[in-house]
Design a protein around this ligand. Structure first.
Ligand code: NDP
Length: 304
């Protein structure tokens, strides 16, 4: 099965494409064209968020692609995320009712009747966190979201839901790449059928997010580590990006790489012509550096 067709289960009725398109940092007026191009190339999942400010453009891109390529709405998997509020950032916490309203507002901006996956973007909800999750359960019941989940949740946050006797999230979207493997969290999720969705898969690339100059923040040690991926990629005759993305899919993680560049979009989808062998997977397993790079899981507001 090619990476284009490969999917992972989320619940009894819903599966998520193994490879999707990330849209963080793509402007609203630019994203429709990127989404349409990506769907034309073969992408069937688009990941956005209320917080990205580009849901209108994502919705326009999805509709343009359905028309251009003769696709049905059900052919495209759309994820968006609810912003829970964060008092640490001067942002009021959303109540259960406000969570429902936020989903309706996202659907309106997207111009869709439902999303395939609705996520709580971060565990910032504090005392409202469980009510926000209850709202997502209601939204699923109402057919506004085919599946529901969370993002950036730790074991403690997932245990809070379990302890309240509520159904578990169907997915947890987290930073996952060879430098941030979160083995305990992933094992906890797997034991409970919570699908891992990997974001920022390309962090180890020397050019990662170079548009924001974030790659230059890497230490010499990290740069040396990066050369190991380059050497492995060369042996398989693939790009470093393909090696890092294949690592995710081979571990059973749905991935959502972002690119504005059509050649890279194509490259990021072509992951089925090779398999990382056991020795290299074992080597990569030793390269974990703990906390995330794109999103510091040490942020105290994540653990309250
Ligand atoms: P990615 O790991 O997708 O990396 C994106 C960067 O890599 C960009 O600089 C891009 O540049 C570059 N790139 C993409 N493809 C290639 C390639 N083949 N070769 C070389 N460089 C490449 O990072 P993101 O942080 O964007 O994560 C992916 C998605 O995950 C986001 O867009 C978002 O949808 C989601 N996300 C979710 C978060 C959450 O809290 N839930 C947090 C962060 C991300 P260019 O565009 O120029 O190609």
């Amino acid at each position: 099965m090619s990476a284009i067709d490969q999917r992972f289960p989320l619940n009894d009725e819903t599966t998520i494409p193994a490879v999707g398109l990330g849209t963080y940092l793509i402007e609203d007026d630019q994203v429709a064209e990127v989404v349409k191009t990506a769907i034309g190339i073969g992408y069937r999942h688009v990941d956005t968020a209320a917080g990205y400010g580009n849901e209108v453009g994502v919705g326009n891109g999805v509709r343009a692609a359905l028309d251009a390529f003769g696709l049905e709405r059900s052919d495209i998997f759309v994820t968006t995320k609810f912003w829970p509020g964060n008092p640490a950032w001067g942002d009021d916490l959303k109540s259960k009712d406000q969570t429902i309203e936020e989903c309706n507002a996202s659907l309106k901006r997207l111009g869709l009747d439902y999303v395939d996956l609705y996520l709580i973007h971060a565990p910032f909800g504090g005392p409202n966190r469980l009510d926000q999750w209850r709202a997502l359960l209601d939204l699923k019941q109402a057919g506004k979201a085919r599946s529901i989940g969370v993002s950036n949740f730790t074991i403690d946050h997932l245990e809070e839901i379990e302890a309240a006797g509520l159904p578990a999230p169907e997915a947890n979207q987290i930073e996952l790449h060879p430098w941030s493997q979160k083995p305990e969290l992933v094992a906890y999720m797997r034991a409970r059928g919570i699908a891992p969705i990997a974001y920022s898969s390309l962090v180890p690339l020397s050019t990662w997010r170079e548009e924001r100059n974030e790659a230059s923040a890497k230490t010499d040690d990290m740069k040396a580590d990066g050369k190991i991926f380059a050497a492995m990629a060369e042996r398989y005759g693939v790009s470093e990006a393909q090696l890092l993305l294949r690592w995710g899919v081979q571990n059973g993680f749905a991935i959502i790489p972002k690119s504005l560049n059509p050649e890279r979009l194509r490259n990021n989808l072509e992951l089925d012509g090779f398999e990382i062998d056991g020795a290299d997977m074992n080597k990569m397993a030793t390269m974990d550096r703990g906390d995330g790079v794109a999103w510091a899981s040490g942020d105290p507001s994540l653990t309250d």
